[in-house]
Design a protein around this ligand. Sequence first.
Ligand SMILES: Nc1ncnc2c1ncn2[C@@H]1O[C@H](COP(=O)(O)OP(=O)(O)OP(=O)(O)O)[C@@H](O)[C@H]1O
Length: 355
Amino acid sequence: MLEFNLQHSYPGFDFQTGDVQLPGDGITAVFGPSGCGKTTLIKTLSGLEKAQGWVKLNNQAWQSDKLFLPVHQRRIGMVFQDAALLPHLSVQGNLDYALKRSGFERAQHRAQQDRWIELLNLGNLLNQSVLTLSGGQKQRVGIARALLSNPQILMLDEPMSALDWRTKNELIPLIKDVSKASKLPILLITHSPEEVERLADQVLLLNQGRVEQLESLQQTLSRPDSPLFDEQGAVSVLIGQPGKVSDGLQQIQLGDNTLWVKPLKRANQEPVRIRVLARDVSLALSDPKDLSIVNHMPVKIDELIEQPDHRLLVRLRLDNQQHLFAEITQQSAQRLNLQPGLVIYALIKSVALAE
Ligand SMILES: Nc1ncnc2c1ncn2[C@@H]1O[C@H](COP(=O)(O)OP(=O)(O)OP(=O)(O)O)[C@@H](O)[C@H]1O
């Protein structure tokens, strides 16, 4: 568990976290608008910048009234936007460099290397100069190097902001795999709501140098004014269990209900996240059996929230208690006489697997 309370200031910027406790594993996304203090948080937590206050990881003090461990003694695996690899070395050279300083016993080096080389798919890049790697390959090497330094926590500072969407789509599942396999807590700094929705277990919301919330992803997404909602409007992330593939569609089980999506790329039985835009959800009073939309299910209305431009956000609850937003016009809501507590049907026009 990472615990801290830090204060720092730059001219015109006052940074105060208050008491914060981050869980001992899983991915915590640090999210907030530009200039809110995300990088300041990483710099002060890591000791790159000396703040007032205290920091403890797994009950071991990194900083207190009497103590200030330098960055290299804090056992942090850092990955930056530009990977910051050693340019004169090969991929293997970069990994060896991390291992030498790791404190792993020599006998463990091979097993450690093999483990992360395989998971991050670096096997055929080992002899390549890092100068010849693509952006995504560099980040994979950067993550392997961070893991091989034998860290107790990973801090990823905007690791995907310089990558195109295709490369980002390849890296996101790998970061999930690293989280599961390493069991290390991961702090992911990002300004991308999509990265938060696809990766975060919990979200630390920063605003103007203050920690506004530390909560689960589902809690952040359940607020109609969630800072994660951008010009696409409200978003829901449903967590479901993959089932069979039939007629070219993959079954995802959400309690007693089934969603049909494009077949998963990775055949494992881990729960998956499904991202649904509120504007892609329509509502009906009865089960629309003869409709081309394949995904529809009974839901209960939790709340009706007025929006600008005669629109209404309807917070719905599935039978397994997950919530789903629908955005409709106020006119439609009146026509259907929607009220909290009413059981209706959600018609989901489009879903995206957030693999
Ligand atoms: N070394 C510094 N000297 C003076 N001011 C600084 C310094 N570093 C950061 N700041 C200021 O502190 C504030 C927070 O900066 P920080 O880089 O932590 O924000 P951020 O949330 O990471 O932003 P972005 O998403 O744009 O990277 C900003 O107003 C910035 O100008």
